[in-house]
Write a protein that binds this ligand. Structure first.
Ligand code: ZN
Length: 141
């Protein structure tokens, strides 16, 4: 399944957006993966916390390249969640970004290999929800 097909599936869970997460999800709507970057010390961090975890400084939300590398991965064959049961089996990975952060994400398509490259794909989580999210596809082009 590719990202375009995935985002057309009905019934995707829509998260409650906490204030510190709003810039991240707004970025997804704009096709941009936003990473918190400290104005004072330059540290990048994910997940969003609203302030730097090293020095307490204010953060900007900087667009990442939208690419990453698989650090670890598992395949989910069964889940209690009704939506994700329609998608299973799927792959869930820890992804290392060049911006020096890691994030977890759903990998569409074939099972990825460790150190394989992936690219971010964005879409509305459930039609009409107004909330956009990110999934990842293998970068085998
Ligand atoms: Zn800092």
């Amino acid at each position: 399944m590719d990202a375009a097909t995935y985002f057309k599936l009905p019934g995707h869970p829509v998260p409650e957006i906490l204030p510190e997460w709003a810039p991240f999800f707004d970025g997804c709507r704009d096709g941009s993966l936003r990473i918190e970057t400290c104005r004072d010390c330059g540290r990048t961090q994910h997940f969003p916390r609203g302030q730097c975890m090293r020095c307490g400084g204010a953060v900007d939300h900087v667009a990442a390249a939208g690419q990453g590398t698989i650090e670890s991965v598992t395949t989910v064959s069964y889940t209690k969640d009704a939506f994700f049961r329609t998608v299973a089996p799927y792959h869930y990975a820890l992804i290392r970004l060049p911006e020096r952060v890691k994030m977890t994400g759903l990998i569409l398509g074939d099972a990825p290999q460790i150190d394989e490259r992936v690219v971010a794909r964005f879409g509305e989580l459930s039609e009409g929800s107004g909330v956009w999210g990110v999934v990842w596809e293998l970068d085998r082009g």
